[in-house]
Design a protein around this ligand. Structure first.
Ligand SMILES: Nc1nc2c(ncn2[C@@H]2O[C@H](COP(=O)(O)OP(=O)(O)OP(=O)(O)O)[C@@H](O)[C@H]2O)c(=O)[nH]1
Ligand SMILES: [Mg+2]
Ligand SMILES: [Zn+2]
Length: 299
């Protein structure tokens, strides 16, 4: 076998077991993986054994500074690696689910990644209601930006500067529109929401990393219907709701799950109104689901 050339590269797309890797020689190669490992994500720094100018094989992956993923009962789904900012995109039409937003934000908090909420399609009359519903997140410390991505992407651009951001959210919120407005040449497929069918034909199917400039990157991802956080045990889950953090450790029982235990500081804060009853209920729904599925650290 001839001696192979190994070069570094950045994973810019993940298609099941195939990956696009932007290699250090400037060529983007279509890569397979070697051995059993295939858990690479968009944003991973890898080394590639070059086969030719269009193909290679991923050899190895550098340790990740961060990893955003979601998980259900059965498996984990990697979303993006080494990101520094999650941009959670919501829009008044089609409607969005606050529980999904809670989960996106919890997954980001758990991964140690800052999050920003974008309320897109802000020109629609229905946006006023969404704004009211989202206001409490701003109080928690999540920056909240109203945007009309279709018409003016300007207000978002400075918030992406010098960061590797990942767009996450439900389908049809306008993630790919944001990308396309920032990088018209990228032409990510945007979903044309069909009023009659309620289904889109250009929904994003794979995560893809784009360079906005030499210091800023943006990853577009497929819309999610649910953002599972089964990977968070009860301590991690409670601290992933960032406003609960100052209260953790103040419950009567050290192993309090903040459900119905006596002397629970979160229950007390919920009753006093210092913690939102809705967020507490959202936490409980996830906690109860984990108990129902008998995760080992919840048993
Ligand atoms: N009214 C309005 N519509 C918008 C705006 N931004 C995007 N849209 C529309 O919203 C629809 C969905 O946009 P996409 O960008 O494809 O949504 P997405 O979040 O990428 O959807 P998935 O790829 O399925 O996750 C398209 O019809 C866009 O034209 C906006 O600011 N206002
Ligand atoms: Mg899309
Ligand atoms: Zn408690």
């Amino acid at each position: 076998m001839s001696s192979e050339r190994i070069i570094r590269g950045l994973v810019t797309a993940a298609y099941g077991r195939r990956f696009l890797v932007e290699c250090a020689d400037g060529i983007t190669r279509d890569c397979v993986t070697r051995g059993k490992r295939n858990d690479f994500a968009c944003g991973d720094d890898v080394t590639v054994a070059v086969q030719n100018d269009s193909q290679g094989a991923i050899n190895d992956c550098a340790p990740r500074k961060s990893l955003l993923y979601r998980s259900d009962q059965w498996k984990q789904k990697l979303i993006a690696a080494n990101v520094t900012q999650v941009v959670a995109v919501v829009a008044p039409v089609p409607s969005f689910d606050l529980n999904v937003l809670d989960c996106c934000l919890a997954a980001a908090a758990h991964a140690g990644i800052d999050a920003l909420i974008v309320l897109n399609k802000a020109e629609l009359p229905e946006a006023a209601v969404s704004e009211g519903v989202l206001a409490p997140f701003a109080t928690l410390g999540y920056p909240l930006l109203k945007l009309v991505a279709r018409d003016n992407i300007g207000p978002l651009r400075p918030l992406l500067d010098g960061k590797r951001s990942v767009l996450v959210g439900e389908s049809g919120m306008g993630k790919s529109t944001i990308l396309n407005q920032l990088l018209p040449e990228a032409v990510a497929q945007t979903r044309e929401v069909s009023a009659s069918l309620g289904t889109g034909k250009h929904t994003t199917t794979h995560a893809r990393l784009y360079h906005l400039d030499a210091r800023s990157e943006l990853i577009d991802t497929p819309g999610v219907q649910a953002f599972g956080v089964h990977h968070l045990g009860f301590e991690d889950l409670a601290s992933a709701f960032i406003e609960f953090r100052p209260l953790l450790g103040q419950c009567r029982f050290r192993d309090c799950r903040h459900l119905a235990e006596p002397g629970c500081a979160l229950v007390a804060a919920g009753a006093a109104g210092t913690v939102s009853a809705r967020r507490l209920a959202s936490y409980r729904r996830l906690a109860e689901e984990n108990i129902r599925l008998k995760r080992p650290d919840w048993a």
